[in-house]
Design a protein around this ligand. Sequence first.
Ligand code: BGC
Length: 754
Amino acid sequence: MDAADCSWSGWVWLSWVLLAARGVGVTTRSASETSAASVANKVNALMAQMTIDEKLGQLQQQVPQPPGVLETQAKNGMLGAVLDLTGATNINALQHVAVDQSRLHIPLIFGLDTIHGYSTIFPIPLGEASSFDPSIGRTDASVGADESAHNGIKQVFAPMIDVSHDPRWGRVAEGAGEDPFLGSAFAVARVMGSQDNAAGKQDMASADKVIATLKHFVAYGQPEGGRDYNTADMSIQRLWNLYLPPFKAAVDAGVGSVMSAFDALNGVPSTANPYTETQILRTQWGFQGFIDSDYTAVQELIAHGLAADGADAARLALNAGTDMEMVSTNYVTFGKQLLAQRLISQQTIDNAVRRILTIKYEAGLFDHPYVDVSQVAAHTLTAADRAAARSAADRSMVLLKNAGNALPLSSTLPSIAVVGPAANSQQEILGTPGIGAQGQAADAVSVVAGIKAAVPGTTVTYAPGCIDGTGAADQTCASNAGFHAAVTAAQSAAVTVVVVGEPAAMSGEAESRSNIDLIGQEQHLVDAIKATGRPFVVVLMNGRPLTIPALDAESPAILEAWFPGTEGGNAVADILFGKANPGGKLPDTFPQNLGQIPLYYNHDSTGRPPDPNNKYTSKYNDGPFTPLYPFGYGLSYTTFGFSNPVISSTTMRSTGSVTVSVNVQNTGARTGDEVVQLYIHDPVASIVQPVRRLQGFQRVTLTPGQTTTVKFTLNRNSVGFFDNNGKFVVEPGTIEAYVGDSSTAPLVGSFSVV
Ligand code: BGC
């Protein structure tokens, strides 16, 4: 079989990202020049009629208020957008006030966080990144857009594309992990899923499409100490090489809006940062959409110590490039005063208003401001949506350990015990609450329910293991009160499935942890199950990498399920019983202990690389320097072999390309997926380079014995890097290539850039 026969999604995405991440002539903004001109004419005509108050009103985005407040603002033209109002009827009612009763009839945009689904909840984005299949992110965004738009939400505060190297930070759950290349592929896929119509053309005006919002611009994923909202301080090359690429790729894909981050980057809060907002985003990248502030981020410029008061905060944010103010009200309150004092210009206000009105036109809000209430049910939590969510969850799970082929389980076992506080919960499986939009626990399938449905002939016993004073499952596992019942269940079962991790509510915004072990007493719960001597396997549900060396040492099998969403329990059962073969890979390094953080595969070379036999090298004197599981790692129920790596040429002109190909064979007895990964390293460069960095991946499905050839193309965008002026450079010299099944892939050869 040749490469064309196998799954080619990774290849397409690779090509896309290679082009898009470095801005090589890729743009999908589909509006023809004619329609762009006609939108511009309409916007100009409208703006010519607007008072300064009405203009400032367009810059205000507000949350629901006591009855009448938003209605009055909308009627007076003092409101541009609303977040967190849900329900088609509620949205239509407020929209009618804006459109029917305001002087200029300008519609509102209604926005919501739809990070991994609206009603049908997909796996958390960190889980989906584990699929190494960006089409999963696209499907998630597309289903989310369809459900959101049909429920009246026309702007989603998604995707969250912050690269992060700190698993203490709770929002790693919302992103695609530690790698900018993988993150760029998912960022582009999610924007396309939100904004592109079935024909693949950008079409935010479609009834099933929304305006995507990239967040959080930029470097919000690297707060000091992993504490949410905290300072990010880094070199310019680091910003450009690690944190900006997903934003650049998604801007090139035509995203409609961008949200500024809460935190300060190199001393300047992102909401008032002219370097990132104006110089990079608008001037260098040509971003045409609007920049939304994060929630009260304009007001917070005072607490940051940048602004003296609200007027000063409005001045700084507006002049830096933040067009819309979320929740706080400094633009509408102080805009006129600042204009009179010439502290902001009419041009600055007009530009912001123009960008927002342009997106409102492009999103079709002027033509179709209302939701068709009769269509809501047909576009909410459909069977097809659920099937897509289940498939996404199947593909997102990562098999971390499988000693003695403990998995998959036989589907004819007489009995199974399921243990763990989250195992029978329909809420936990959905993942981080604040980012779950409208997903309802009642619609979700728990692990226990999924197992029962998969093996109807098996007696399934559930014991939470961790219980509170009332006997109910305790997600914090504060005591060992329920251990006895769990051990008893394990003793009489053919096998026990132990579900542990961390509570869903402990990842997401403002959920930084200073300890990322299994929660509470859960490690002791596993110890107690292990002590029975009976067979057991572990399913992890968590929103970040955890420090689990003891769990790894004692458990025969560990399946990382992340928080798999509405269909999560069915998907866990699909994998446990081998209906689906796990093929996910880790998008984040798992450290062995907290003190190792930050620990990530694409770290810079040092003058003294860690050497266990040499004290004076870069490592710890009281513990390991290697991770528990590296980036890109994950097992399968089958095995794969790599052979015959070929680099097409020993030289590559800086304007040319080389290909790297490798044969991969399924050497086991089951059909399964492998993610073939290509990493490169530049051993001599003008600034220190990462020890390796991902530059290609492709997930392939192979039947037993089947071989395929996977081919990657490298060009200037792959081998170049940004310097400390933010300039992209391609330098002559050797490039090493590594190909294999994780970030520890072996060196397969090198070529020279000439
Ligand atoms: C979060 C954003 C979110 C916004 C609106 C903020 O607190 O940082 O990610 O989009 O709230 O819900």
